[in-house]
Design a protein around this ligand. Structure first.
Ligand SMILES: [Zn+2]
Ligand SMILES: [Zn+2]
Length: 444
């Protein structure tokens, strides 16, 4: 398998960290569509080449993920000798590389505690309440005399309220960000598709100011009450038609099953018979619909949050985000579906009717909602290009779409590491996270 330069670079960084570092848990962040699987598989392959005795445990928390992890590994590395350990799949194979269900193996981890590397893919899915299960697995392995290296992979290293999913904190499973490739880096080198958000019809954007919030997101029933309304959905469909003329392969992300059903009905009135995929959709039917979309026999799909982590659709050229969310991870997972390259498109259009871009920023700057993102100069994260209505970061100097000047260079602080413009007083670069030392003085 031929690796792209940044994939090889990532594998080398992970191998070095594993060999040289005393920290025994770290996270690797790679954007959706950057080939995380390839990196993951190649890391295991190289680790086994360097230390042939190495035993690798890959943890998943659902049957589907356990199966996928094993399949992915074999796709990239056909000679891999992978076992599957999962009660639900009626398989209990312990091999040198084992893809296991967390909840199956945790019961017998004392018996099978001989692991050097423990890998968790989609590490953002580990809720704070469940980190203890992973900690239990790791500490049991340690009790049996091994010092396992815990390696997490994710495209979205944060949660709604608690911020990053790595750090020194005792509650954090991953102590360090080992390596990260950013979306904007891979877009500018041509490995990921650019995403362009344009202003949507304000009449179609729902008002969520009165919807109550939990730690994770809006209160679902209240959100449904303001979004699952025919006039709201009609406004969105009308705006989508005006902007795309229905020419772009589109996925509609609804707020609830009820709103998704209204989408299906309204689209039908406009002459589009798009399938609605929910968690309950039968597996073979779902596969058929996704395939129809991919080969171009179908130009639209409706779902709630089914088509997120783990779903690939290179042909997707327009994302209709009808769901307001407080989760930057969910938003980024959805946008990630539009990052894959495809010969039929040069960009993916984003139509956001949930004020999510206002809340989290443009794609390369998406992060938890934090006061510290607002400095002296700006109270908004975005700006709209007056010429072409493309949405840009409030610090962006020039519109990506039409090169209109948006800001003057003297108004911003350009990052020495990644060249991204930031607030003049920003302490950290909003895109790559490095400390902007020249600005530190303002805070003394
Ligand atoms: Zn423009
Ligand atoms: Zn930077």
């Amino acid at each position: 398998m031929e690796l792209r330069p940044y994939q090889q670079e990532t594998v080398s960084e992970l191998i070095n960290f594993w060999l040289l570092n005393n920290l025994n848990a770290g996270l690797c962040v790679l954007p959706t569509a950057s080939g995380k699987t390839v990196v993951f598989a190649e890391f295991i392959r190289e680790a086994l080449l360097i230390k042939p005795e190495t035993k690798v445990l890959i943890l998943g928390h659902t049957q589907e993920i356990v199966e996928q992890n094993a399949e992915k590994l074999i796709t990239v590395w056909p000679e891999a000798n992978v076992g599957i350990y999962c009660a639900g799949l009626k398989r209990k194979e312990i091999k040198q590389v084992t893809s296991a269900s967390r909840d199956s193996i945790i019961k017998e981890i004392g018996e099978f505690a001989d692991w050097d590397i423990v890998i968790v893919d989609e590490a953002h899915l580990i809720s704070p309440e469940l980190t203890t299960r992973y900690q239990f697995i790791i500490s049991t392995i340690q009790l049996h005399g091994k010092k396992p290296f815990l390696l997490g992979f994710t495209a979205t290293p944060f949660r709604t309220k608690s911020g990053n999913i790595y750090g020194d904190d005792d509650n954090q499973l991953f102590k360090k960000l080992i390596y990260q490739k950013r979306i904007d880096e891979l877009q500018s080198t041509g490995y990921l598709c650019p995403l362009r958000a344009v202003v949507t019809d304000f009449k179609a954007v729902v008002d969520t100011s009165k919807v109550r919030r939990t730690e994770q997101d809006f209160v679902q029933t209240e959100l449904q009450a303001v979004t699952a309304i025919e006039s709201v959905v009609t406004g969105i469909v009308q705006d989508w038609l005006n902007k795309t003329n229905a020419s772009l392969p589109t996925v509609f992300y609804a707020s609830s099953v009820q709103q998704a059903e209204i989408f299906a009905d309204v689209l039908k009135i406009f002459g589009f018979d798009f399938p609605l995929i929910t968690a309950k959709t039968e597996k073979t039917l779902r596969k058929q619909w996704l395939n129809d979309f991919e080969v171009g026999e179908q130009n639209g799909l409706i779902n709630v949050a089914t088509l997120t982590t783990g779903w690939d659709a290179p042909r997707l050229s327009c994302i209709v985000m009808a769901r307001p969310t407080l989760s930057p991870g969910l938003f980024l997972q959805i946008l990630g579906r539009g990052l894959r390259l495809h010969k039929s498109k040069s960009e993916t259009l984003l139509l956001d009717y949930g004020e999510n871009i206002q809340r989290f920023g443009v794609i390369e700057r998406i992060g938890p909602i934090m006061e510290s993102r607002f400095y002296h100069d700006e109270k908004s994260l975005i700006i709209v290009c007056p010429t072409c209505e493309t949405i840009a970061s409030v610090y962006q100097l020039e519109c990506d779409a039409c090169t209109e000047t948006l800001r003057h260079e003297d108004d911003v602080s350009v990052c020495y590491e990644c060249n991204s413009p930031n607030d003049r007083y920003a302490k950290y670069c909003e895109v790559c996270g490095v400390a902007l030392e020249e600005n530190m003085g303002f805070y003394q």
